[in-house]
Design a protein around this ligand. Structure first.
Ligand code: SF4
Length: 280
């Protein structure tokens, strides 16, 4: 690491602390030391891996706004997004940073394209700006990087970083904008009308996305705060494994997530007891 890198990483740490403090006053959610470290690592690794993109950004945190849209049931809503813009050699590129799993982004490019369609529409049609490409940057780092960080193994980290490509070119299609806005509107109606039905239990038992080895119910629902009052999760959980209905019920009510998640929560609780937990 060069002296410049050290200075910049120090700057990133300072800015991270400053932002955290601001969010702490706005939010009020507890943030454990582990979560804070994971978030900081994402930012530092973004810098280490995507310095080329980061240093070329000409406009950062550009707010895109599409106000006064109407849902199918007549509700007025707006769509907002924040992107980074790189203008270089006559080209304009748009980057949307997500703290999402890279494999999930790659497997669901259609979902991300829908969002980028709207951003591209606002940028080109409302702001009258040129656009030559749209990308997602998926900052959630893979397990190999997490393990190398945990073990403090710099060589393994360098190797894992060299294998990681968080930049996903998605593209956009302005023809689809109205369909996307309509889909947003349908969600607005569902929220406004209090329609929050969970997906069917079958969906929970199926892969998170096509080709994924993670099951939706295990990966998403086991971390969901409302899972014990969710009918689909109850049906899914009680269909898992063997045993009597009683033993399955007992397993269901005593399942608080995987070991890593439990460890994070335990640490968070200990920090809270010691008064060390930060509020975010
Ligand atoms: S447990 Fe949570 S995430 Fe899973 S289906 Fe129910 S509400 Fe959705």
């Amino acid at each position: 690491m060069t002296i410049d890198d050290t200075v910049i990483e120090e700057f990133i740490r300072d800015m991270f602390e400053e932002n955290l403090e601001t969010l702490m006053f706005e939010g009020g959610q507890p943030l454990t030391r582990d979560s804070k470290e994971a978030a900081l690592n994402q930012v530092l690794l973004y810098w280490r891996k995507l310095r080329e993109v980061a240093t070329r950004v000409t406009e950062t945190e550009v707010k895109l706004n599409l106000p006064r849209q109407q849902s199918p049931n007549g509700k007025i809503f707006g769509i907002e997004g924040v992107v980074d813009i790189v203008r270089e050699e006559g080209e304009t590129l748009m980057y949307d940073i997500k703290s999402h799993d890279l494999e999930y982004v790659r497997a669901n490019t259609d979902l991300y394209r829908e969002q980028l369609n709207v951003y591209a529409y606002i940028w080109q049609e409302l702001r009258r700006q040129g656009l030559d490409g749209t990308y997602i940057i998926a900052t959630a780092y893979p397990d190999e990087i997490g393990e190398a960080l945990f073990n403090g193994d710099e060589a393994a980290l360098e190797y894992a970083l060299s294998q990681w490509d968080p930049l996903v070119e998605i593209g956009y299609d302005l023809q689809q904008v109205q369909t996307t806005i309509k889909a947003f509107g349908a969600v607005v109606d569902a929220i406004e009308e209090g329609r929050f039905s969970p997906p069917a239990a079958d969906r929970l038992a199926s892969p998170l996305y096509e080709g994924s080895r993670s099951v939706f119910g295990r990966r998403i629902c086991r971390l969901c705060d409302v899972r014990f009052s969710c009918s689909s999760y109850r049906e899914y959980a009680l269909a898992q494994g063997r045993g009597t209905t009683e033993s399955k019920f007992s397993r269901y009510f005593n399942d608080y997530g995987d070991d890593l998640f439990l460890e994070v929560r335990r640490n968070g609780a200990l920090e809270a007891i010691r008064g060390e937990v930060e509020l975010l």
